[in-house]
Ligand binder design. Sequence first.
Ligand SMILES: Nc1nc2c(ncn2[C@@H]2O[C@H](COP(=O)(O)OP(=O)(O)OP(=O)(O)O)[C@@H](O)[C@H]2O)c(=O)[nH]1
Length: 425
Amino acid sequence: MSDTIFALSSGRPPAAIAVLRISGPAARTAAEALAGRCPPPRRASLRTVRDAAGAPLDRALVLYFPGPATATGEDLVELHCHGGRAVVAAVEHALAALPGLRPARPGEFTRRALENGRIDLAQAQGLADLLEAETETQRRTALAAAEGAVGRAVAGWLDRLSAIAARVEAQLDFADEADVEDAGGYDPAPAISALLAEWHATLAAPSVERLRDGIRVVIAGPPNAGKSSLFNALVDRDAAIVTPIAGTTRDILEAAVMRDGIPYRLTDTAGLAEATDDEVERIGIDRAAAAIASADMLLWMGAPAVAPRGAVILAGKADLPDTGSNDADLAVSARLPDTVAALWALLADRARMMLAIDGDMALRQSQRDALADAAAALDLAARTSDLLIVAEQLRVATRPLAGLLGRDATEAMLDALFGRFCLGK
Ligand SMILES: Nc1nc2c(ncn2[C@@H]2O[C@H](COP(=O)(O)OP(=O)(O)OP(=O)(O)O)[C@@H](O)[C@H]2O)c(=O)[nH]1
């Protein structure tokens, strides 16, 4: 039998109210030991909480939720105490003294919810993200995951995979029995390409990590273009060293900036000089190249002709006459606040496009990796008309998706299969 766990579930004391949660088989007896008669299920009752010697510790609201229809799937008790440090410490002390009770480890309530099938893995991760969410976008996507949007989407995909697989297998059986080359009938291709299209759209949306860590905006270009000055203007402090000496920025410099509720991670890079003998400078240039490769948005301060693909082309030092800004997307200068504001507006436009996620569903990197694996398998299935290979690739595609729900692939396949189809066999 599992331990009964308890923890302070509300914020750090002192606070107006502290909520202590107790979960496990001994939750009800613990409530009775501390607060006398257990209140009826789901009804808040005011009780005096006492220690083992009968000394009163606090007057508290006691709530009892009988399992398994609770957050953890177990019997659950909530004590809403006064939120002073001494009160919370005394009640925790009294709980720890009860047989079979121990303090919960971090995340243990959620872990039990997962183990008892109250939530799936994607929901558990969504909950973790929700607790950490700082911006509105993060909150929305994390809440969607916590409420099961990711799990539901994945479960729906698994259902569709099994539906296709079932028909492909039936076709193969039929071909065997009839002993004919082409049994005619089912063509899985349209259903497969429809799934693939959804997966690629989901993979095109930013990851949860990207929403959390910010959109990577990288400033790059030749030495002395004014990159560091622009970086400082965007960050609004003197983060980067600016000098008239070309090659001043030798490493990459990063700053997290929150603007209009959008998290950005700005990166200033070393000027991309053609050739250099200086080892440190060369490493800086390598790092700049790596930063450019991982950028969500690249701001190129240099000749448009040599701009990396997809870059926003900025004509720098716009305060000076004759900066040749004709081919640029925007003329900017750290010395002209209006141009810096215009650049922010351009960044926000693009960021919003990147963050506009269909149905508010964002995947974590690990979930994206799993979906990408599944998509690779399905891609193979899409490119062949050999039903044996299609059947095998459908199985391969199932595994990583089932893993996302914390399910065994075969089990998931069978669940979906038997849950939805009656093949009469
Ligand atoms: N007039 C004018 N000068 C600027 C502007 N931005 C930068 N400068 C000057 O140009 C020089 C180089 O600026 P930085 O911002 O260090 O340029 P960088 O591209 O980071 O240079 P590296 O570190 O060599 O890659 C400095 O002397 C700046 O004062 C601008 O908007 N207008």
